[in-house]
Design a protein around this ligand. Structure first.
Ligand code: CMP
Length: 355
């Protein structure tokens, strides 16, 4: 049997297999599990392992045939997913063998766009994150130091040394509050309150840095993708760099499956579309097909009248849409392009009135 179909296991299926496998591992740690259930879970783990073997063979095969498509981390994860449980089966204590399948936790990372995004954000924000983490460390040590000085005589078992007081400081700074260690003196309680407030501030800073990092990275990706799409529309090649940046920000990408209606005759229309890839059918009395580089939907946008025809996707079509407010922006930054669009709208209107 060819291993290739298994090599293309998608990230969600990888995650599902890993979750099922890890639940089986967790169930196997239950002390009073019945022997038949144990056997069934072990067969399940062996089945998942066999799928991972085929996936590894497929990955290596694809690597050999078509060059490097899976990055190095993907291959390392595939190798670990097979060889760590295999080595455990051969070498580890019987009771612990299945625990080594925990390496499958890495599988969902493989090919997942989210984790690569997270990696980029962490790398980009590393300096700020390290800065806030340093502040966390400083406050943690200072809190443990102060807690030790204030409470050491009152509660020597909980605050008798700085390492002991450090546990209280972590729990308080993270505002977890297990309740196993807390100051009894008035000064100690004031200190606790201050440490908690610092903790809230530090976590807010961490969250803020990460949220901004994600937002900027996603915006950058959108910009790069839009830029490539805009470059595929000849009309925009007339734009200067400033106007190009504006239009890239204003356009919204959209993929429409074949056969779907994009706009219907008689509807109100406040956006127009540029075709990047694929083609659309315009249901005029004499049907027209428009392909890459063409635009449609400009008539309703300019005149404010209802759509003159129904437009549907002849093939899967990749579009960039422009809203009326952004069309005004385009008109002022690049009157030449706006004139072309207006002229085309007039020509199309006179073609409709002739039929
Ligand atoms: P609108 O009227 O907003 O919505 C339907 C669109 O179909 C219309 O804008 C034009 O962009 C397009 N359209 C209408 N008639 C023609 C035509 N004869 N040739 C090409 N496109 C057309």
């Amino acid at each position: 049997m060819s291993a290739l179909p298994f090599s293309k296991i998608s990230a969600p299926l990888n995650a599902l297999l890993a979750v099922v496998g890890l639940m089986a591992v967790a169930a196997l740690t239950t002390p009073d599990i019945a022997p038949r259930s144990r056997l069934a879970l072990e067969v399940l783990l062996t089945g998942i392992w066999a799928i991972y073997v085929l996936q590894l063979i497929g990955t290596l095969n694809r690597q050999r045939v078509s060059g490097s498509r899976d990055g190095m981390p993907g291959i390392v994860i595939d190798v670990l997913a097979v060889f760590v449980p295999l080595s455990a089966f051969l070498l580890a204590d019987t009771r612990d063998q299945s625990l080594y399948c925990a390496v499958w936790l890495l599988k969902p990372l493989r090919g997942s766009a989210f984790f690569s995004l997270l990696g980029k954000v962490l790398a980009k924000e590393a300096r700020n994150l390290i800065g806030v983490t340093s502040v966390f460390g400083i406050i943690l040590f200072a809190a443990a130091f102060a807690g030790y000085l204030i409470e050491r005589d009152v509660q020597p078992d909980k605050f008798g040394s700085i390492p002991l007081a450090m546990w209280w400081a972590v729990v308080t700074l993270s505002t977890t509050g297990y309740g196993d260690a807390f100051p009894q003196s008035f000064a100690g309680r004031v200190l606790s309150g201050l440490v908690m407030m610092c903790g809230i501030g530090i976590f807010a800073l961490w969250a803020g840095i990460l949220a901004t990092g994600f937002f900027e990275e996603l915006r950058r990706r959108d910009f790069v993708r839009n830029w490539q799409m805009v470059a595929a529309v000849p009309l925009f090649q007339k734009l200067g760099p400033g106007a190009l940046v504006e239009i890239v920000r204003a356009l919204r990408p959209r993929i429409v499956p074949a056969g779907s209606v994009i706009c219907r005759k008689g509807d109100a229309g406040d956006e127009m579309f540029f075709i990047v890839e694929g083609s659309v059918d315009i249901a005029t009395p004499k049907p027209v097909e428009l392909g890459p580089g063409a635009f449609f939907g400009e008539m309703a946008l300019i005149s404010g009248e209802p759509r003159s025809a129904t437009v549907s996707a002849a093939t899967e079509v990749s579009l960039l849409s422009l809203h009326s407010a952004d069309f005004q922006l385009l008109s002022s930054s690049s009157p030449e392009i706006a004139d072309i669009i207006r002229k085309t709208a007039l020509e199309r209107r006179s073609a409709i009135s002739k039929t």
